[in-house]
Design a protein around this ligand. Structure first.
Ligand SMILES: Cc1cc2nc3c(=O)[nH]c(=O)nc-3n(C[C@H](O)[C@H](O)[C@H](O)COP(=O)(O)OP(=O)(O)OC[C@H]3O[C@@H](n4cnc5c(N)ncnc54)[C@H](O)[C@@H]3O)c2cc1C
Length: 310
């Protein structure tokens, strides 16, 4: 599902603001929907990110952020707001203290790569995350998780840059977590640059076993399709997928957007879907659930340059 990012294109004369003019939003999202990006910024380190943030702040141009693009619906028009792609901030270092292992990851490190390391080394704490695509920065911002756990439980600290390029370190006690919720999202716009996970040294076999168990939970999800994960959040004590299925949403389509036959909370781009196909289909599904159950589903998917009525 995830795809490597094509080779670097142009860089600006000051060497700071690199722009890959040829990349579109569709290249950067797992849904493969997204249009021209006027200005794509690709920091390769935290200091480069800080310089970029300072420059954007001076220009008063604002910014948006993307990691693995696995939880976003992006406009298929022109994205005028500068977009910061974090995947180049990808250093990893490890410190062990007794049986506790601190794994420090640049925000752009793929969660699956961290997980592969934990399985190889026998570090426990992230087994639940098997099969969650995207980067650690995106996982923190959405408190990514499954029925078996969520990222919050493994986070020791998070470093983020504010709009003016100043970095702040947040210990886990300084962040409020909830279901797919991280309080950093409520602060002034920030870019997560680094995440330190706190894991436990454990028996390798048990880490492998638990990770495989989590991976096998994915059998009821569409794989190898163009999706952005679950469209809607689960209402308290309910499953959005179950409500959508009972409301008859499986197989509904608008343009190239189709509700998955495998899991009703996934909308697939069956080819050529536009952002408005996706939004219209999501809205139809929501109306069907309201009609049948009187429950208004809230969006889990995030947006870049487009809005969904929540
Ligand atoms: C097939 C499939 C299965 C999935 N299964 C799950 C699942 O089981 N559980 C789950 O929770 N999710 C799941 N997802 C959704 C998605 O993978 C996760 O939400 C993931 O953590 C998003 O990370 P990302 O790097 O792709 O974020 P993106 O999609 O790039 O961004 C998501 C949001 O976070 C912001 N953001 C990203 N990085 C940063 C940063 N460094 N600083 C500030 N803001 C940032 C973006 O602006 C955007 O608002 C699934 C998706 C797919 C396609």
């Amino acid at each position: 599902m995830e795809q490597g990012v094509p080779a670097l294109g142009l860089s600006s004369p000051d060497g700071l603001l690199k722009t890959r003019v040829s990349l579109t939003g569709a290249d950067l999202t797992t849904l493969r929907i997204g249009g021209e990006i006027r200005r794509l910024l690709e920091p390769r380190s935290e200091s480069m990110l800080a310089s970029m943030m300072r420059q954007l702040n001076m220009e008063r141009s604002g910014f948006l952020v993307i990691g693995g693009g696995s939880n976003v619906l992006m406009t298929d028009g022109v994205l005028e707001t500068p977009l910061i792609l974090t995947t180049g901030i990808n250093e990893v270092s490890v410190r062990e203290d007794g049986g506790v292992v601190f794994v420090s990851c640049g925000a752009g490190v793929r969660l699956r790569d961290v997980l592969a390391m934990t399985v190889r080394e026998g570090w426990s704490g992230l087994e639940f995350a098997a099969g969650i695509p995207g980067t650690v920065g995106g996982a923190v911002m959405g408190n990514a998780g499954t029925l078996r756990g969520e990222i919050a439980s493994a986070v020791h600290s998070v470093r983020a840059s504010r709009f003016d390029g100043r970095f702040f370190d947040f210990g886990d006690g300084m962040i409020e977590w909830g279901y797919r919720k991280c309080s950093l999202r409520d602060e002034a716009p920030m870019v997560v640059s680094n995440v330190v996970f706190r894991l436990r040294r454990s028996a390798r076999e048990s880490v492998i076993e638990e990770t495989s168990r989590s991976a096998s939970d994915r059998r009821n999800q569409p794989s190898g399709r163009m999706t952005a994960g679950c469209v809607f959040r689960n209402p308290p004590g309910e499953s959005a997928g179950r409500l959508l299925e009972l409301a008859g949403c499986k197989g509904l389509s608008v343009g190239g957007a189709v509700v998955s036959e495998i899991h009703a909370n996934f909308i697939e781009n069956s080819g050529g879907a536009t952002a408005s196909d996706f939004a219209d289909l999501a809205q139809r599904c929501r109306e069907k659930v309201i009609e049948r159950f009187g429950i208004r589903l809230r969006f889990e998917i995030m947006t870049l340059g487009v809005s969904l009525e929540d």
